[in-house]
Design a binder for this molecule. Sequence first.
Ligand code: 13P
Length: 251
Amino acid sequence: MRKYIVAGNWKMNTTVPEGVELAKSVVEKSKELPSNVELVVAPPFTHLASVAEVLKGSKVVLSAQNCADHAKGAYTGEISADMLASVGCTYTILGHSERRQYYGETDEKLVEKMKLAFAAGLKVILCVGENLTEREEGRHFDVVKEQIVNVLYQFTAEDMANVVVAYEPVWAIGTGKTATAEQAEEIHACIRTVVCEKFGAEVAEDLTILYGGSCKPSNAVELFAQKDIDGGLIGGAALKADDFIAIALSF
Ligand code: 13P
């Protein structure tokens, strides 16, 4: 069965006390939600232990925003998948466009990170998406397809049960410029087809594909009404508990 998910990527925002307050509000308001929608919050690494405490006994689950490409050892400043699992993470986001753009995250590195995440028992929210030039040149389908093939095709159908894909067109992230429901749906449908070609119809049907990029309460209803859009990966609007929950109530 396909799962509906609304995940909040807090990026590099909030201090620990602010993050704890935000998590408390999300937990409180999550009681209004139907049980078929999973709520996920992805705070910065420094917040994970404190936020994990807040989430205990709630239906909100914890995600990291990244993990290291090595299991352990002399990698100053890095955080391993095992560490994330041990602090209570269910998921880690991987391949966010900000990491691809600013920190040299390549598809090859993502494969290594995903292997380590699965070995640690984490699920992965894999981000894909084209930039503005690629869209303007009409290459958006090819770019997203290549990202999916380069990374997901290295894994098995069993692994796919622990994968969520997030389509985030780079030109829509933090810009206030959302992809139209049609633009998003056609890419989501393409992702499902590419997954189907390798792993079969059942895996493709069960795969949760999120939309991310200036998703907010005012546009979530139309986006989530599309047949291949199974929720959202939310940036800015996830920093306000009311907006985040309103988005989750948009199914
Ligand atoms: P915004 O919702 O702020 O556009 O960010 C989307 C995003 O990058 C989520 O990962």
